[in-house]
Design a protein around this ligand. Structure first.
Ligand code: DHB
Ligand code: MG
Length: 218
């Protein structure tokens, strides 16, 4: 037994990624179309998708809140892990992204299980009822993360699953005094998460680092 952990090198990461279920042709086509539509290529990776689906299935999640729809890749991924009674409410600020996501969601196998809520998360989240979700995924503008977390903690049921993307700040989280405001926002947010008594959480080194937490019971 050892308390020392093996750092995940690029080689080890490629090894695990190659042994994770790959995306289907529908999501591959969605990505091609999103690139053609000049939507930023910042969706989650197939291995992060697999991780999130496994966590949602273990949780037995039915209702999911997402902040940051982008092209709809993660919303479709999550909806597929919820079963026929599941639903994802996903919030998107950019109309252009919401239009794209809605079209692809409508053509997907989980059409009807995903609702795109348009607007700023700071305005949309307050309209969502307390304890009405089993899981939440935040992957939006980094300046809003702390606010989105507070709302999600209210919206999650006890025992709910909290996931937050980009804990490694695009690989720059260890930078001292970074110029990029998003990196600074994530550094501050990570301290908030680490000190958050309402969650038991840790950063999983998948993708750009993904916070995974469980909301404590009452
Ligand atoms: C960026 C945002 C993301 O959510 C991500 O996963 C990767 C990059 C970005 O703003 O550059
Ligand atoms: Mg992200």
């Amino acid at each position: 037994m050892s308390e020392k952990s093996e750092p995940v090198s690029a080689e080890l990461y490629a090894y695990l990624a190659a042994r994770t279920s790959q995306e289907d042709s529908f999501l591959a086509k969605l990505k091609l179309a999103a690139r053609a539509a000049e939507i930023p290529s910042i969706w989650i990776s197939p291995e992060q998708a697999a991780m999130m689906q496994i966590l949602l299935k273990l949780k037995g999640a039915r209702d999911v809140i997402e902040v940051g729809t982008l092209a709809g890749y993660s919303a479709i991924t999550m909806a597929r892990a919820l079963g026929p009674a599941g639903r994802v409410r996903t919030i998107e600020f950019e109309d252009r992204h919401a239009d794209f996501a809605e079209k692809w969601i409508a053509d997907s196998d989980v059409a009807g299980r995903i609702q795109v809520l348009r607007g700023d998360g700071r305005k949309v989240l307050p309209e969502i009822a307390d304890e009405s979700a089993d899981a939440a995924f935040v992957d939006a503008d980094k300046s809003g993360y702390a606010t989105y977390l507070q709302h999600c903690l209210r919206i999650l049921r006890p025992g709910g699953l909290m996931m937050v993307d980009n804990a490694f700040a695009f690989g720059s989280v260890l930078e001292k005094d970074p110029e990029d405001a998003s990196v600074r926002a994530i550094q501050d947010f990570n301290e908030t998460m680490a000190a958050c008594d309402e969650l038991q959480s840790l950063i999983l080194p998948i993708g750009d680092g993904c916070w995974v937490g469980v909301k404590r019971d009452a």
